[in-house]
Design a binder for this molecule. Sequence first.
Ligand code: SF4
Length: 433
Amino acid sequence: MTTLTHCEPATDPTTVLRPTDSRLAPVVDSVLEGRRLSAEEGMLLFETSDLHTVCGLADIVRRRLHGNVAWYNINRHINYSNICTLSCSFCAFHRKRNEDGAYQYSVEQVREEAIKAQEAGATELHIVGGLHPRLPFEYYTDMLSTIREHAPKLHIKAFTAVEIVHLQKISRRERMKYEGTLAVLRDLKEAGLQSLPGGGAEVFDDRVHAEVFKSKIRSDEWLDVHRAAHELGLNSNATMLYGHVEERRERIHHMELLRAQQDRTLENWARVQEITDTGPGVVLSGPDQNYPHERLPMPGQDGLDTGYFQTIIPLPFFPDKSALEYLPGPTGLENLRTIAICRLMLDNVPHVKAFWIMQTLDMAQVMLQNGADDIDGTVVWYDITHVDGASTHQETTVTDLQRSIREAGFVPQERDTLYRRIRRDGNQWELDD
Ligand code: SF4
């Protein structure tokens, strides 16, 4: 079972929230009473100058779900290749095959990295890469089964929905549509895949899609991949890459689509569990939530076979070295507001992550007080985005993660990929359940 700590806010929230924008009064009532926010209310949260109230509301919801706990993990990222058939205009990571800086790992190199990660005490490998034009499907299944064999303690979270659709093509199951997605994911799961990261979602909007990533999969395809993963009992995350050409209402639309899909998954699950008082919608974050979130399905446990979106990860766009370099990118306050609104709108997604690599650790600390409950992990070798010219080797220590969390006023708790508590002695660890 997920271990979420319940804890009442230290102070009665109604005494600390005094909106300076009177239009927010009904939104405050909705949050305090646990009612779902509408798209119009979400837009108001973006438009109001009263950021203090927006963040205060997000903090109330965050504390209802997670109390004083803030999660981190000990993980390693492997970006197995930056060679990609696509050229998304916001992406500074991809290279063509003969271009300077293009690389691909062999399965043996991945195996070595996995062994090192396991020996160093990591609990998770996060594996993503470009859409390589030549690597066969067997490369991916071999990679997974090799890791499974040589580093069995690591949880393998791998391949964005965009990569899964690419694998569907190269394994010649493209025409099978949804059945083909299921077949690919079944093969990958059998080889060792345990969950999906949330990348590649960008912003679910056809206009934005046509303008900046039109050769990439559309929102319906991205959502279908995750639906298939959930159907097979694989949990997944969801990202939202914002701060480029999209408008704020398109961010709200993105959140609405995720929320609707999560509703369908959890409503089905609630029916299986014979919890009949859900709906419409499954709200985890109200004071009297209509679904007991400690009963969320845990893939693989007790023969259960339902996955769901665990975490929403808002990712600010970094223009540097991309084809959209002329854009300014979002500011710190916009990042703060966006993470707070994600917490408030996505009332059926248990976790909100301030991914420190893209938000910076300093900003992630602030975000913990404004809706986020997770800052990700120690992360080694993250190639996708470099903040302010940071090198490829981006890593922080457990001591720094814990100190950052404590300074923000929370209790640091190491987790595994599925948000189970970890008990650790140096590089040795076990589940604390
Ligand atoms: S974002 Fe992904 S799919 Fe697009 S160019 Fe970069 S690596 Fe390729």
